[in-house]
Design a protein around this ligand. Structure first.
Ligand SMILES: Cc1cc2nc3c(=O)[nH]c(=O)nc-3n(C[C@H](O)[C@H](O)[C@H](O)COP(=O)(O)O)c2cc1C
Ligand SMILES: C=C(O[C@@H]1CC(C(=O)O)=C[C@@H](OP(=O)(O)O)[C@H]1O)C(=O)O
Length: 415
């Protein structure tokens, strides 16, 4: 079995749908858990008016009965409430021959898929492009990712997504790196910009206000951490099995994400190797009491470390992955989001019918969607980890998977 999903749906169409396949039978899934993560995605300082219209809820159409997975395809639907205002524009039925499509778009917006997608598919109404290219689709991905997350949580894996830099305003990364994962998640959750450093969060909101006032937009950097991940997910055996590559693709697939880091990422490229690689320790060599400075003794294990077999690291610059394989330390990845392309401050573009220049302007848009992107980041990371989990521990039922996991844990204890 392998995990896979497909999404469908236009931003202003009737609904988004996602079909998920490969989860084992017997996994308890609460609709409320999916709704909770959908609601988290809708939040964040800097979001636009669309989020006041949508109240995302999932409708479970198949694959879950009486709160438990059946092992068969799970189909989920999220209604677009805004469709009520777009029925005529987005209806599936044919229109009268020669009729001009309402709200036709012939003015491509720089930074969006409009022009490239129009040229590719031959659309003269760029609405046919933007409706599907829109990040509204990420609601469906959060729904799918939550299913992956529920599987991981059944085995003690925890995840947190948070903002580490917004439009040049940096959080105190050393401070955040020291926070245990549940504390980091709580602090990020309480922040309107999903930043666990409250002082930086305040400055980030000020920055959004300044940019929004100017009709401009903000991007930034979010981080996703996963703790309690056992060593051995992913593989160095083939390029497309490397977990770092799969996580990078998943993060880069999020609308507006233009860069990905694994562990120390780009910063590591400028450092000597002695300052980058995480030395290996074993508990049997002494007390894990952290009396390293007193001479002898072992350094402390990191929070979120998967304890089995006694090996551990005192640093996690690799972000928990070496050779495409998890090493038992927390998985740490980052996504760099560009500032959103729709600006109230117009950018120059060209009308596709007349080829006349015009100034691209907007009716509504987010000024910043970085906190939402952090939630989407969590979801896609959860999905990739769950997919690697299913590959490693297999099984058509959760209990088979649990037995395989326990057998593996036993093997690690003896390694
Ligand atoms: C959660 C989320 C919300 C977004 N909201 C907007 C928005 O309101 N306005 C906008 O111009 N872009 C928004 N974007 C980004 C665009 O969808 C994206 O930049 C565009 O589709 C082009 O794709 P690319 O940037 O990946 O090349 C959002 C992205 C995410 C992840
Ligand atoms: C609808 C969502 O995000 C949308 C993503 C988006 C884009 O271009 O990506 C543009 C905006 O769409 P609209 O023009 O309808 O306001 C955002 O609101 C959502 O995240 O739920």
């Amino acid at each position: 079995m392998s995990l896979r999903y497909l999404t469908a749906g236009e931003s202003h169409g009737p609904a988004l749908v996602v079909v998920v396949e490969g989860l084992p039978a017997g996994l308890a899934v609460a609709r409320e858990a999916i709704d909770r993560h959908l609601a988290r995605r809708q939040q964040g300082y800097g979001r636009g008016r669309r989020q006041q219209i949508e109240h995302d809820h999932v409708r479970i159409l198949s694959g879950i009965r009486h709160g438990v997975t059946l092992g068969t395809p799970i189909a989920l639907e999220i209604e677009n409430r805004d469709f009520a205002h777009w029925q005529e524009v987005m209806g599936a039925d044919p229109v009268a021959p020669g009729a001009v499509a309402p709200r036709r778009v012939t003015r491509p917006r720089p930074g969006h898929a409009d022009l490239a997608g129009g040229m590719k598919y031959g659309h003269r109404d760029l609405r046919n492009v933007l409706e599907r290219a829109s990040a509204r689709e990420t609601a469906a991905r959060v729904a799918a990712g939550t299913l992956g997350r529920i599987l991981l949580e059944a085995f003690g894996v925890e995840l947190a997504g948070h903002v580490v830099m917004l439009a040049g305003v940096e959080a105190d990364r050393a401070l955040l790196a020291r926070l245990p994962l549940p504390e980091l998640a709580r602090a990020a959750e309480a922040s309107p910009v999903r930043c666990a450093d409250a002082e930086a969060a305040r400055r980030m909101m000020e920055r959004i206000d300044v940019l929004r006032e100017r009709g401009d937009t903000a991007g930034g950097l979010f981080e996703v951490r996963a703790g309690g991940v056992p060593p051995g997910l992913g593989s160095y055996a083939q390029w497309d099995r490397r977990l770092d590559a799969r996580l990078a693709a998943a993060l880069a697939s999020i609308q507006a994400v233009k860069g990905v880091e694994v562990g120390d990422g780009f910063a590591a490229a400028g450092l000597p190797g002695s300052e980058v690689h995480d030395e290996i320790f074993h508990r049997s060599a002494g007390e894990p009491a952290g009396d390293e400075e007193a001479g002898g003794g072992l350094p402390q294990e990191l929070p979120g470390h998967f304890a089995a077999g006694g090996y551990f690291r005192a640093t996690n610059r690799a972000g928990g992955i070496e050779g495409g394989v998890t090493n038992g330390e927390p998985v740490v990845v980052r996504g760099a989001m560009k500032p959103l392309p729709t600006l109230y401050q117009p950018l120059r573009s060209v009308e596709i019918e007349t080829k006349e220049p015009f100034q691209a302007s907007v009716e509504r848009s987010d000024a910043c969607a970085l906190p939402a992107a952090a939630v989407v980041g969590e979801a896609v990371v959860a999905w990739e980890l769950a997919a690697a989990w299913v590959e490693k521990f297999g099984g058509d039922t959760l209990s088979e998977m649990e037995a395989a996991f326990e057998a593996y844990r036993g093997r690690l204890e003896a390694y």
